[in-house]
Design a protein around this ligand. Structure first.
Ligand code: 5GP
Ligand code: ZN
Length: 105
């Protein structure tokens, strides 16, 4: 856990944020400022600043499997995924996350 990371605090349960889905090493919660009717963030529980710092291939696979499983769980067949990496690409929170955006179930 990184002390000054907002997503670490969310994952730690500090704000009582509801998790849409959770696996051993990943967690999914809704974006606070949704850019689509469904906007979830899929994160590793471990603090990893961005995709550039992700080296664990098993965790890479688990993150994508979580995208598949959470969308299936909520009945979302069609969705977009986005990973912003680096400030210049629009990354604002430096705890790796995959945006999952969808319109309707
Ligand atoms: P980035 O620009 O880093 O790819 O995306 C960060 C996302 O995190 C944004 O879509 C923003 O709305 C979301 N976000 C920032 N702070 C919080 C928060 O405290 N709670 C939740 N649920 N989402 C947040
Ligand atoms: Zn973090």
């Amino acid at each position: 856990m990184s002390e000054d990371c907002i997503f670490c605090k969310i994952i730690n349960g500090d704000f009582g944020t509801e998790f849409v889905y959770e696996t051993e090493n990943t967690v999914v919660f809704n974006d606070i400022n949704p850019k689509a009717p469904i906007h979830m963030l899929v994160c590793p529980k471990k603090h990893i600043a961005s995709l550039n710092e992700l080296e664990d291939k098993n965790l890479m696979a688990e993150l994508l499997q979580t995208v598949k499983d959470v969308t299936k769980k909520i009945g979302l067949k069609s969705y977009k995924t986005q990973i912003n990496t680096g400030k210049e690409a629009g990354q604002e929170v430096f705890h790796l996350h995959i945006h999952v955006l969808g319109n309707k179930k």
